[in-house]
Design a binder for this molecule. Structure first.
Ligand SMILES: NC(=O)c1ccc[n+]([C@@H]2O[C@H](COP(=O)([O-])OP(=O)(O)OC[C@H]3O[C@@H](n4cnc5c(N)ncnc54)[C@H](OP(=O)(O)O)[C@@H]3O)[C@@H](O)[C@H]2O)c1
Length: 272
C-alpha cells in the first residue's frame, strides 16, 4: 500500500496513529512543522508551499484540522482538493463527539471529507490523556484541584490509543468505512469520580471544583489561553453539564475487535 500521511503526526493521537500504522507494516509519514526525524515531513497548514511535497505518493490522509481556527474549512478545502488531485483516495478526519455537521466552523469539515472517494469521521469524546501532559486538567491533577464547569455530569473519557487504533483500521481496512464513529471509553465518569480514581492511585488528594461557566472561562484565560477560545471551552463544559457526553458507544470494540481501555487502566499505566 502507498504511504499514509498523518497530519498532527507529533501530537497526542497522530503519533499513536503513526506507530500503529508502522506496526501494521504501512509506511506512515508524520507531518510536523519541524521535521527532525526519519519518517517526518514538513507540513504547515498556514504555508501551502509545504502541502504538495507532503502529499506526493500518498494514498490516505489522517486529517487533524488546524487547531484554534474559527473557520478551518478555509485552509482544509484547498488542501483536500490538492490531495484528491494528487491521488489520495481515503481521508480519515479527527473531529469530536461535540461536533456535528451543523456545528459552526468545524462541522463544515465533516461535509468536505465526505466528498473523498473513501472516508471516515472519528468523533471521540474527551481524551483520557487530558489528565497527563500540558493540558489544564493535568495541571489540576498536579495542583490537587481540577476546575471545570461540568457540574456533576459525566463524560465517557476515551483513550488516545483507542482513537488511534480505530484510525489505523479506518485508514487501512480494504473496505472503506464511509461512516462516522463516535468513540468513547467503556464508562462515563464525572470529573469528581475521575479525580477520586486519580487520587487513590497517587495516594494524595485530587478533588474536583465545579464552577460556573464565566468563572471557568476566566480560569482558562488565566492559564494563557486566548479569551475567545476559553469561551468556546466553557461552552463545551456547559454542554457536558447538560449531559451531552453522558453516553457510551461500542465503536472502539466494533472496529478494533477489542474493548476500549478503562479510565482505571489508563490511570495505572500513564499517571505518575
Ligand atoms: N483533547 C480532547 O479531549 C479532545 C476531544 C475530542 C476532540 N479533540 C480534537 O483533537 C484535536 C487535537 O488532536 P491531538 O490531541 O491529537 O493533537 P495535539 O496533541 O494537540 O497536537 C497538535 C498537532 O498539530 C500540529 N500542528 C500544530 N499547528 C500546526 C500547523 N500550523 N500546521 C500543521 N500542523 C500543526 C502539531 O505538530 P507540530 O507542532 O510538530 O508542527 C501537533 O502534531 C483537536 O482538533 C481537538 O478538537 C480533542
Amino acid at each position: 500500500m502507498a504511504d499514509v500521511l498523518v497530519l498532527g503526526g507529533t501530537g497526542t493521537t497522530g503519533r499513536r496513529v503513526v506507530a500503529g500504522l508502522r506496526a501494521a507494516g504501512v509506511t506512515a509519514r508524520a507531518a510536523t512543522r519541524k521535521p527532525d526525524a526519519p519518517g517526518e515531513v514538513r507540513f504547515d497548514w498556514t504555508d501551502r508551499s509545504t502541502h504538495a511535497g507532503a502529499l506526493r505518493g500518498v494514498a490516505a490522509v489522517y486529517l487533524l484540522a488546524p487547531i484554534g481556527e474559527a473557520s478551518p474549512a478555509v485552509l482544509v478545502e484547498p488542501f483536500l482538493a490538492d490531495a484528491l488531485d494528487a491521488g489520495v483516495r481515503r481521508v480519515v478526519l479527527l473531529s469530536s463527539s461535540a461536533v456535528t455537521e451543523d456545528t459552526p466552523g468545524l462541522g463544515a469539515l465533516q461535509r468536505l471529507v465526505r466528498a473523498a472517494p473513501e472516508w471516515a469521521v472519528l468523533r471521540p469524546s474527551w481524551f483520557m490523556q487530558n489528565f497527563t501532559g500540558e493540558h489544564l486538567v493535568a495541571q489540576g491533577v498536579r495542583d490537587g484541584e481540577i476546575v471545570t464547569a461540568t457540574g456533576d455530569a459525566r463524560v465517557a473519557f476515551v483513550d488516545a490509543g483507542d482513537i488511534a487504533a480505530v484510525a489505523v483500521r479506518a485508514l487501512t481496512d480494504p473496505e472503506p468505512h464511509n461512516t462516522e464513529h463516535v468513540l468513547t471509553g467503556p464508562a462515563a465518569l464525572s470529573y469528581a469520580e475521575a479525580a477520586a480514581i486519580v487520587a487513590a492511585h497517587l495516594g494524595r488528594p485530587v478533588r474536583h471544583r465545579a464552577v460556573g461557566r464565566a468563572e471557568f472561562a476566566e480560569h482558562v484565560t488565566a492559564s494563557g489561553t486566548p479569551a475567545e477560545f476559553a469561551r468556546v471551552l466553557a461552552a463545551l463544559d456547559e454542554d457536558i453539564r447538560r449531559g451531552a457526553e453522558d453516553r457510551v458507544t461500542t465503536d472502539v470494540e466494533q472496529v478494533t475487535g477489542r474493548p476500549a481501555r478503562s479510565f482505571e487502566t489508563f490511570v495505572q499505566e500513564e499517571i505518575r
